[in-house]
Design a protein around this ligand. Structure first.
Ligand code: TRP
Length: 333
């Protein structure tokens, strides 16, 4: 069995810097390491529908946004198969079989599900599709024999759930499924410019990839710095400053200088912020150029997605055949 990566994203919400320097940079690095035999990157539209079933347009529009984002960030369709979850019917089929292996109580106990239920106001009445999305995520991973699953920390309970399903399945039906391992992209959750632990729409502290240079400038200028520093000459602690934190995220090659000058009181916050703004805009320029290219050539994106969906469909179908054989539901094979 080859070394296989599978991961994915729900196509909801606007993409921000956290997606850019967090998960995507890491995935492009993994892709270009050439250490993996197969890499699958899934746009999880079916999963997105579990809590957006009443807003199909939002999900559909975001599928394209996410695809453009992947390509513009350097995901290479020759190395990584990009596909759309709903176009791979085997995933829904497997979900139904795996549902037998998980109790409702266990799903209710899943910390990520619990948190999301609260966030979405589902406490009174959880759609059963939503409650079961961890099961469908186990189908996603095992259908592709995913061994390595690069995710943010919030996804760990879902990978654990998948591992439980795998063990139970193999116990009952014989050794069939591969037990995956998560690798946590440490920057997936980046802090907001206001120092909040999370950058996000609801918190109003995010820099979006679609922001103009002026918006980026305005947002960075408002970032939280060391409150003890009132004048340029005041020595400060870079470790409590969000501007320093972002310099690190953007891999500023002079990071030591930034640190020392801040500490010595030889660097003013305004100059420091301006340097960061330039760095962010510079990093985004390649992305914007690429995104623009794909936007101008939608037929290329279409072809990539169609091809990816086909490849994914075949791979998942092969694996599902094996699974059904072991479950003794392969009547006419
Ligand atoms: N739950 C993931 C998210 O919210 C998306 C996802 C769906 C996924 N299936 C997956 C991630 C399988 C990793 C593996 O972004």
């Amino acid at each position: 069995m080859g070394k296989i990566i599978l991961t994915g994203d729900r196509p909801t919400g606007k993409l921000h810097l956290g997606h850019f320097v967090g998960s995507l940079r890491n995935r492009v690095k993994l892709q270009n390491s050439n250490e993996f035999d197969e890499i699958y990157l899934m746009i999880a539209d079916s999963q997105a529908l579990t809590d957006n079933f009443d807003n199909p347009k939002k999900v559909r529009d975001n599928v394209l946004e996410v695809a453009l984002f992947y390509l513009a960030c350097g995901i290479d369709p020759k190395k990584t198969t990009i596909f759309i979850q709903s176009q791979v019917p085997a995933l829904t089929e497997l979900t139904f079989y795996y549902m037998n292996l998980v109790s409702v109580a266990r799903l209710h106990r899943n910390p990520t599900v619990k948190q999301e239920v609260k966030l979405r106001g589902f406490e009174e009445s959880i759609p059963s599709g939503f409650l079961n999305y961890p099961v469908s995520q186990a189908a996603d991973i095992t259908a592709f024999e995913g061994e390595i699953v690069p995710v943010g920390e919030d996804q760990l309970p879902l990978i654990e759930q998948c591992r439980e399903i795998v063990r139970k399945f193999n116990n009952i039906y014989g050794e069939t499924l591969r037990e995956p391992e998560a690798i946590v992209s440490k920057n997936k959750r980046i802090k907001g410019l206001d120092g909040n632990e999370k950058m996000g729409k609801s918190l109003g502290n995010a820099i979006y990839l679609a922001d103009s240079d002026e918006e980026i400038t305005k947002k960075v200028m408002g970032a939280i710095t060391d409150p003890k520093k009132l004048k340029k000459e005041d020595p400060a602690d870079p470790n409590v400053c969000m501007v320093y934190y972002y310099h690190k995220l953007f891999e500023n090659e002079n990071i030591k200088v930034v640190h020392d000058e801040c500490e010595n009181g030889t660097r003013g916050c305004v100059a420091c912020k301006k340097e960061l703004i330039n760095k962010i805009i510079e990093s985004l320029s390649e992305y914007r150029k690429n995104k623009n290219y794909y936007e101008q050539n939608p037929e290329i994106v279409d072809e990539i997605l169609k091809d990816g969906c086909n490849k994914a469909k075949n791979k998942a179908m092969e694996m599902t055949k094996k699974i059904k054989q072991n479950m003794k539901i392969d009547y006419f094979e």
